[in-house]
Design a protein around this ligand. Structure first.
Ligand SMILES: Nc1ncnc2c1ncn2[C@@H]1O[C@H](COP(=O)(O)OP(=O)(O)OP(=O)(O)O)[C@@H](O)[C@H]1O
Ligand SMILES: [Mg+2]
Length: 296
């Protein structure tokens, strides 16, 4: 569904350049449910905007659903946004119109696309478990219910790819869990590919793969371990992301690898800008230069 190679995004203002993405590599398979984590300013929303066709990359390669997002014409980009992707934001104000009812909110995008709006709106509200609240105004719904209306709207154009930027950011953990369960169900039942940007480590536990972005680059990937899958099946709840997932560092095309900051803070590696790289019995071993000297 998604292939990024060395993706670069530079924001230019009159006298300032911000490199928001600096050579990001990422692949997402068709039908995958995955999360992107990273600290504030690491480039998560920038990436989502590129994936959603809301903004153009500056350089590198980006293919979504087989379409080249760098060379696509403006008209094709509009069509792509209309037919291929759905968006869910953290802030409901960006998703919804407050003075309309749940059903009217969902009918709106369908109206714009000219379909049998009422039945379709009810189908969508049903898919997110909100049929019974359809006549309530947005102000009468809880945060989680409002977010589910937003998800119904994002599904109105039957997208192949659902992009969610901090969708549970303003929800308590119980409501956040309901929204997440909905994502899982949409993924399993309809094969929808879903990319969720989040700060929430709880959320990371619930998806198969978590990609960490650091300074506009993919630095590591956490893959759900087979062990954890069994635990999830047997409904064992309170496990941390560390127990349920195995963390991998990402090696890019040029063979570059980002070493976790915590390891580099260790006394042995602190203040060194080079390491010795050796091959030992199927392992690649990094040794700080001091030790190398001492051995000789
Ligand atoms: N439209 C813009 N113009 C200029 N700089 C921008 C623009 N949008 C983002 N940036 C900068 O690009 C970098 C990445 O921003 P981005 O919004 O992608 O971060 P983020 O990972 O989503 O952070 P957060 O977790 O706080 O939402 C930041 O340094 C930000 O200031
Ligand atoms: Mg953001």
């Amino acid at each position: 569904m998604i292939r990024c190679d060395g993706l670069v995004k530079i924001y230019k203002s009159s006298d300032l350049e911000v490199v928001a993405l600096q050579g990001l590599d990422l692949q997402v398979a068709d039908g995958e449910l995955m999360a992107i984590i990273g600290s504030s300013g690491s480039g998560k929303s920038t990436l989502l905007n590129m994936l959603g066709g809301l903004d153009r990359p500056s350089a590198g390669k980006l293919f979504v659903d087989g379409k080249d997002m760098l060379t696509m014409s403006d008209r094709a980009l509009i069509r792509y946004k209309r037919d291929t992707v759905g968006f869910v934001w953290q802030n409901n104000a960006r998703n919804l119109i407050p003075y309309l009812t749940a059903q009217e909110n969902v009918e709106l995008p369908i109206l714009l696309k000219g379909r049998r709006k009422k039945t379709r709106a009810l189908e969508l509200l049903d898919a997110v478990g909100l049929q019974h609240r359809r006549h309530n105004r947005l102000s009468e719904l809880s945060g989680g219910e409002q977010q589910r209306v937003a998800i119904a709207i994002a599904l109105a154009n039957e997208p192949k790819l659902l992009l969610a930027d901090e969708p549970t950011g303003s929800l308590d953990s119980k409501t956040a869990n309901q929204v997440l369960d909905l994502f899982r169900r949409l993924n399993q039942e309809f094969g929808l590919t879903i990319v969720i940007v989040t700060h929430d480590p709880q959320l990371a536990r619930k998806v198969d793969r978590v990609v960490a972005i650091r300074d506009g680059r993919t630095s590591s990937e956490m893959i759900r371990s087979a062990n954890a899958e069994e635990n999830a099946a047997s409904d064992k709840q309170e496990e941390s992301a560390a127990e349920s997932h195995v963390e991998y560092a990402v090696i890019d095309k040029a063979g570059r690898l980002q070493i976790p900051a915590a390891y580099l803070d260790n006394e042995a590696f602190k203040d060194h800008t080079r390491v010795r790289v050796d091959w030992e019995d199927g392992r690649i071993v990094l040794t700080p230069p001091e030790t190398v000297k001492a051995e000789r």
